[in-house]
Design a protein around this ligand. Sequence first.
Ligand SMILES: Cc1cc2nc3c(=O)[nH]c(=O)nc-3n(C[C@H](O)[C@H](O)[C@H](O)COP(=O)(O)OP(=O)(O)OC[C@H]3O[C@@H](n4cnc5c(N)ncnc54)[C@H](O)[C@@H]3O)c2cc1C
Length: 547
Amino acid sequence: MPDASHPPSRQLDVAIVGGGLAGLYAIHRLRSIGLKVRAYEAGSGVGGTWFWNRYPGARCDVESLEYSYSFDDQLQQDWKWPERYGTQPEILKYINHVADRFDLRRDMQLNTRIKSAVFDGTANEWTLVTDGGEQIRARYCVMAAGNLSTPRVPDFKGLSGFKGKWYHSGLWPHEGVDFSGLRVGVIGTGSSGVQMIPLVAAQAKHLTVFQRTANFSLPARNGPMEPERERQHKAEYPARRRAAHDTPFAIAGYPKPTKSAIDALDEERDAAYEAKWQEGGSISYLYAYTDLLVNKASNDTASEFVRNKIRATVKDERTAELLAPKDHPIGTKRLCLDTNYYETYNRPNVSLVDVRSDPIEHITAAGLSLTSGAAFELDAIVFATGFDAMTGALREIDVRTSAGAVLRDHWEGGPLTYLGLMVAGFPNMFVVTGPGSPGVKTQMIASIEQHVDWIADAIDHLGKRQLDRIEPTPKAEIDWVHHVNQVADSTLYPLANSWYMGANIPGKPRVFMPYVGGFDRYKKRCDEVAAHGYEGFSLTRHATVDA
Ligand SMILES: Cc1cc2nc3c(=O)[nH]c(=O)nc-3n(C[C@H](O)[C@H](O)[C@H](O)COP(=O)(O)OP(=O)(O)OC[C@H]3O[C@@H](n4cnc5c(N)ncnc54)[C@H](O)[C@@H]3O)c2cc1C
């Protein structure tokens, strides 16, 4: 509803784009410092990732006691997670509870996509335009549009002529899909594919998995929440959350490794990996030794251990070899967690097709065919092909300024930010867990809270000094991007063709986007920047707009 005193447009202190975990926390936090805020969400409900990704098996791969908000102790004490890793419906229920409990819906507008955001340097305000033509004027703009929120369906020839039904994991029908009795093809074996494949296989008449890249997956060891574990965790909650800030992945509770993998004896190493394998979870495994993500020889030992597990599980030798990843070190792509993924390939109704050596040529009316001419008849196709990650959502919005800066152009050679929080030339626009931040390499809710807190403090700092404009200096931005790349180059991450690099999107610049120096180092740096009067940012006063 437009503000009656300004019929053509709405005047806010802060306009927030996105109604996922980041957008919701931004409403709460920014409102708490007296700002007039409103969030705009394209979907018909809150929850972001957990609203859209309703495919079978969708659940978090960081334990729910960790993967939850920490900003309110009573909330984290009250909420009961029924399983070690929450399912998508449980997480969505939690997010809706938070929206109600903190009365967030009154400052949120659903079914509203932001199409453009233009900064007027003279008026010192952003104007956002929605798909319904509404104009929103705001002093600040917070982009909480998500890193994995732009689903990508590959541009296959013939899809429109397919006679069956097709789905994308990130745009799943709310009423669910019944695959009983159907011949189903799943394209993609990243996290979503790995989670859904065992469940689709259990339902379908036949499941054909089309794999381009084999990914490492570890057992989740999911199960009902153990009451004693929950009690203990809750008793230690505040201390654990604080301790998480001093860890690279923003997750506490894992003993810090002290030794390089290559300094361990073979038997000792195998025993350590076996213990982690039995425990379940990815952080634990990558924490087995100090150098698994920086030393190729060390990583080879951890990668080979998992490859051998795959060989021991999957009965057909050729299928096992196809599933055993050999083109990237373990942990350099998003490490999957599964329940019975590799076991699923022992089912008589499941087959694996290598579309790296024989790519999909086109979708036919009856299914799909490969370059070799091999054809598959399918009643349903599922694209588990991921997202235009990290920059997709922002590039879909026409972001520009009256001074002539255009975000898509500024990022043509790859995204440029300072601390992943702001972009030079785009004043008063903040990004939550954007490229250049460690967000996607951490327990993301911890990063979201840290980013939003920093943004709220910065806006508060400006307000208290009668300042109203903040933007990074071009030098600070260049130095940060250089630093992000230097840190990445000192690790094994660049050895993988991953979505961290934009490698899943044809034509996207290959730039390493996340900061992999660790949440702990990043947070310290953000805190220091603020403590030193927002070092690297220019803070000024401009003509103030009447509300
Ligand atoms: C299947 C899956 C599992 C995951 N599991 C984990 C996990 O276990 N642990 C973890 O830490 N992270 C996980 N993630 C990452 C997850 O994205 C984050 O943890 C978190 O949910 C991100 O919240 P967000 O609010 O930043 O973004 P999102 O949840 O992506 O929300 C962004 C919202 O912005 C909206 N939006 C985008 N553009 C516009 C626009 N122009 N106008 C209006 N609205 C717009 C979108 O519709 C979306 O609802 C997972 C991601 C996926 C896809």
